[in-house]
Design a protein around this ligand. Sequence first.
Ligand SMILES: [Zn+2]
Ligand SMILES: [Zn+2]
Length: 446
Amino acid sequence: MTVMKDTGTQTDVAMDIPYPVQASSPLHSGYSCEYNSDCYEPSIRNSIDTSFNISMPYDAPHPPNEIALQHERKYMVFKSALEKLFTSCSSCGCVVKAIFLENGTCVNISQLCSECGYHREWSSQPKIHQTPVGNLLLSAATLFTGCLVGQTMQFLDALNLARISESTFFKHQKDYLHATVENVFSKEQQDIINHVKIANLNLNLAGDGRSDSPGHSAKYGAYSVLECQINKVLDIQIVQSTEVANSNACELEGLKRSLCFLEENGLIIKSLTTDRHTSVSKFIRTEKNYIRHFYDIWHVAKGLKKKLDHISLKQGGELVNSWKKSIINHLYWCAVSTADGNGDLMLAKWQSILNHLVNQHTGHPNLLFPSCLHGSEYNTENKDWFEPGTDDYESVCKILDHCKLEKDIKKLSPIHQTAALESFHSLVIKFAPKHTAFSYLGMRSR
Ligand SMILES: [Zn+2]
Ligand SMILES: [Zn+2]
């Protein structure tokens, strides 16, 4: 029996490995790397026909058909440690030289005894169709963890660890990995869609686009839609800028494809929350007017804050600066306090701020919201109020009652926002950084 003790990357073999090992033990075709059907962890299995004969020319501690190879423990073994195991003929015991042949991360060792003619072959890895499993797993691990292949290879070279070439990685990616990601994604996507259908859920979507490079020279635009009630990404569409008029148009095209996909799957879309992309607003208004379109508050607040920042930096802008935070808070309050999304009421609430800023809290012109809700106990004593007619008040008014802003406010989303999508996109950046160019399939997988 062989007892192995794992201490980090080092393994002590407590007893000699019994030799000779069988040169090859082809297993029956029932070999499987079984996964829990609830687990969508990417695996080489999803794209590889598992009816292969797997040859396991090494002394595996357990029957290999009971172990998913990717979950099996692996070790970093030094050449000198292996050489110690291959000093003599396992048949007659005389000294025999071992020949090391590398195949990517795998080493094959052969020994031919000149005394008794005994020939021994040993491989450090199991193989699938002659491909060492470690090579495939290295490619898979690189892609599935979002590592860049060049950096991964540099890392392995720094260790002088035997590795596959970059071209082998790209071959694995093309032959197996892209299809694997696609399979896993569409299976999970279909499961979510089925879940939504069974629950009879009408969709409240948040949608946002992401371009693959900063600025307006993107090669691809990715559009993601998230179902806000279950907080799951329902669909991702990658649009190549060559498919549309320009890279700016990727966002609308991605959204169109996503909505089309979801509706073809029989889902009912109740609302959509996005940023203020004008072409998206126009498309929903003219072609999907049965979908309630909302704006994400953060995006509207961002634009407003930028304008307030601008005037607060000017001479005499201290008062504007001191009110900036309260004005932005008021914007959020207008939306979230109007749960039914009544745009007219949101606007009325918003317009009250012009009076509030000059210490007037009743008699607001919009009758939907005639007086502030803070009540008479609100402390008006120690506040710096604006004076009507002054330059700073006029410049604030110009921003706050701008018709474009008022239009946007009427469409603010009271409940669902796109923040979760922003987080999703920042996760995607780890897998597909903007400074690196990827193929279409590479982009889809990542
Ligand atoms: Zn011999
Ligand atoms: Zn007030």
